[in-house]
Every structure is written in structure tokens, then in C-alpha cells.
Write a protein that binds this ligand. Structure first.
Ligand SMILES: Cc1ncc(COP(=O)(O)O)c(C=O)c1O
Length: 389
């Protein structure tokens, strides 16, 4: 018996973690399981942190982030999305994950339920569960051409105890992006019912046919119950820095100042200095990084399309693709064997809730040579794959 409360021990461990623990022991394994590029943070961002450290900027900073970083975030929203966000609605957070956790703390309580559109990044479900919400998964469907969200399914899953709806666009793991008319309808529903809409836009720059993905901020009013989570991790190759930001509704400033104070007491100033440089001077890097991802997407899409028994669902954004294999129903067993027998690390669809149980996700934000080797290994592995009876 430990002193840990029952809900914590009961949290589901990610199947990806099991695959990862086995995989790190395999020499020469090609890791495509996590949402992380093989590119390090660019030097101009690292240099800004080093400079700030050398200047002695190691003190506590404002709970919602330094005024300079908040101003840079507001300017970024004006430039990229064409929207004005008042400083009172912006907070720096210790990663996108931490932003999600703080929204969960702010909104849900035991006895509430929260809608999660799946397949989904699993951490958000756990953050909501830790705060007492029951999760109602609403699975998307897919055809050969892509993923589809039926909003009537979302609306039908809500009841008076529904406090929050989570949606990611571009989405992990599917790469799906919401169309503006669906976003309008979903936001209007949340506005009418006073349900918090948690919009996860951390992949907003990892898109291939426009400068940035459509944002809920394009259509929202300041007092809508909309929380937009963002992150430095993906667009600027800063996964290890644990830096993100949150835009919350007008009138919630005091609540988030308290939550941040009691969670993290604000972020490191020298990291925030690097964040400003990423936002203000990062456009060339973002363009190059998106080109890197596009090359990876094209290689993986072509190679998967040419493999017998494999059917990939075309992604629109983010840096993942999901695929099915004829005769494979147990994605966890498939990924485990792929680690041991083929030296490739992929994420089983069982990690992402309902709708992708028999699928596999891989991250293609990797160099072309590595992806070709991975696809050679996958092709051979799939050709000989037989599911245990
Ligand atoms: C959809 C989604 N949201 C949020 C995050 C969190 O990003 P971070 O905590 O690195 O900022 C991730 C990370 O994989 C993600 O896939």
C-alpha cells in the first residue's frame, strides 16, 4: 500500500512507453515512435539562452512570462494569424503539456466529463483524468482519402456535466486539420453551452500548403470559452526545452496567475529570452524545417504506397502518418516485433484511444537517408509478418 491516491495508480501507461523501453536496448534501432525531429535546436536560439545566462538573467520572472516574451507572443499572433490578442490573455507555460494540465485544473472537477476527439495524443486524457474528469472519446472515421470528424457525434456525446471538449488541429496522430466551417460550428456549440473548448494548435506551422494552419483564434471572440495551447517544441525543434504558451478567455487572468504560481511559479528567464528570438527570428528555420518534414512525408508516403498489404491514410499536417497492414489486428504486438525483428520504433494505434486500434503511427520528421533505411526494413518486415493466432 502506498500513499498514492487510487486514481493515479489507475492511470493507463502509454503503450509507446513499453515499446520505447524495449527499443532503446536494440542497437541501430531507427526511432520513429515519438513526436520529435532528428534536428537539434538551431544555434541562434541556443545562443540567445547562453547570452541571457551570461548576463545573469537567472532570477524569478513574472508568473505569466516576462512582459517581453508576452509581447513577442502577441506580435507573433498578429503576424502569423492576423489576430490581436490582449496581453491579459497570454501566459508562458512549461511546455504544451503543462498548458494542457493547467487548463484541466482550471476547468474540470470530479463528476464532470470531458470529450476527447480520438485518435488523440494520449497525455491530454490523462491530464483530464488526474483532475477528476471522466473521458468520453468520440472517434473520427477514415477512408482512403483521409480522416473525417462527425460533429453530430461530438454534440451527442455531451450532457450537462460536460465541461470541456479537446480537439487538436493539425492533429497528432492523424495529421487531420479542421475545416473553418466545422470550427465555427464547434465553437458556436461550446459558446451556447458554456463548454470549454481546448484547442491544441502545437503543430500550427507544420503544414504543407499554407504558411500556418487555421486557428480557432481566427473566429473566436475574446470572451469565448476557448483555450488555445501552443508550444515551442515542434516548430522550432525545441522539444527538450519544455516551453509553451496558452491563450485563455478574457477574464481568466487572475485564475491563471494563481494556477501558474502554484504549479511552477513562472518560467526561467534565460529560456524565455531564447523563446523571443525563436518567435522573432525563426521564420527561415521554420521554412527549412517544414521542407525537411515535407521531404520526409513524401518519402514515407511513396514507400508505404508501394508496399503490399499496407494502406496509409494521407496526412494533411503535423509530421505523422498512420497506416494499416492487411491481416494485422494487434498493433501493439506488431510494433513490439518491429522493434525486435526489424530495428524500427513505431507507435501502436492502441496508444491513441478509439479509432486507431489496428493502426500504426510513425513520425517522419527525419532525414531522407534514415527514412529510406527504415522503409526498407519495414517493407521486409511487413512482407513476412504473420499475426500470432
Ligand atoms: C497534440 C500535441 N499537443 C501537445 C504536445 C505537447 O508538446 P510539448 O509538451 O512538448 O510542448 C504534443 C507533443 O507531442 C502533441 O503531440
Amino acid at each position: 500500500m502506498t500513499p498514492i491516491r487510487p486514481g493515479i495508480d489507475a492511470l493507463e501507461d502509454s503503450p509507446i512507453l513499453h515499446i520505447f523501453r524495449e527499443g532503446i536496448r536494440v542497437p541501430g534501432l531507427i526511432p520513429m515512435w515519438a513526436g520529435e525531429p532528428d534536428v537539434p535546436t538551431p544555434a541562434f536560439i541556443c545562443d540567445a539562452a547562453t547570452r541571457a545566462l551570461a548576463e545573469g538573467r537567472t532570477f524569478y520572472s513574472d508568473n505569466r512570462g516576462t512582459p517581453a516574451l508576452r509581447a513577442a507572443i502577441a506580435a507573433y499572433h498578429r503576424r502569423i494569424f492576423g489576430v490581436d490578442i490582449h496581453d491579459d490573455r497570454i501566459a508562458f507555460t512549461f511546455s504544451g503539456m503543462n498548458a494542457v494540465m493547467q487548463v484541466a485544473q482550471a476547468v474540470v472537477a470530479p463528476g464532470d466529463n470531458a470529450i476527447v476527439i480520438t485518435p488523440s495524443w494520449p497525455n491530454v486524457m490523462r491530464a483530464l483524468q488526474i483532475n477528476g474528469a471522466a473521458i468520453r472519446e468520440v472517434p473520427m472515421t477514415h477512408g482512403n482519402d483521409g480522416w473525417r470528424l462527425n460533429l453530430d457525434d461530438v454534440f451527442a456525446a455531451c450532457d450537462p456535466r460536460t465541461r470541456l471538449i479537446y480537439i487538436a488541429s493539425p492533429a497528432n496522430p492523424t495529421g487531420w486539420m479542421i475545416a473553418p466551417d466545422q470550427a465555427e460550428a464547434l465553437l458556436a456549440f461550446c459558446r451556447d453551452r458554456n463548454i470549454a473548448l481546448l484547442a491544441d494548435e502545437v503543430y500550427h506551422r507544420i503544414v504543407y500548403d499554407r504558411p500556418a494552419a487555421f486557428s480557432f483564434l481566427h473566429i473566436a471572440r475574446p470572451d469565448d470559452p476557448l483555450f488555445v495551447v501552443n508550444s515551442f517544441s515542434k516548430s522550432w525543434a525545441m522539444t527538450g526545452w519544455r516551453m509553451g504558451w496558452l491563450v485563455f478567455p478574457a477574464g481568466c487572468t487572475a485564475a491563471f496567475e494563481k494556477l501558474i504560481q502554484f504549479n511552477t511559479s513562472g518560467g526561467l528567464e534565460f529560456m524565455q529570452a531564447a523563446g523571443i528570438v525563436a518567435l522573432e527570428q525563426g521564420e527561415d528555420f521554420v521554412a527549412g524545417f517544414v521542407a525537411h518534414c515535407r521531404a520526409g512525408r513524401d518519402i514515407v508516403s511513396q514507400r508505404l504506397a508501394s508496399m503490399k498489404r499496407v494502406r496509409a491514410i494521407p496526412p494533411q499536417g503535423a509530421f505523422y502518418v498512420m497506416f494499416e497492414v492487411d491481416g494485422m489486428t494487434d498493433s501493439f504486438a506488431f510494433c513490439r516485433r518491429a522493434v525486435r525483428e526489424a530495428g524500427i520504433g513505431m507507435a501502436p494505434g492502441t496508444s491513441f484511444g478509439r479509432g486507431a486500434e489496428t493502426m500504426v503511427r510513425l513520425c517522419y520528421a527525419k532525414s531522407p537517408a534514415l527514412l529510406h533505411t527504415a522503409m526498407d526494413r519495414l517493407e521486409q518486415f511487413v512482407a513476412g509478418y504473420e499475426e500470432a493466432a
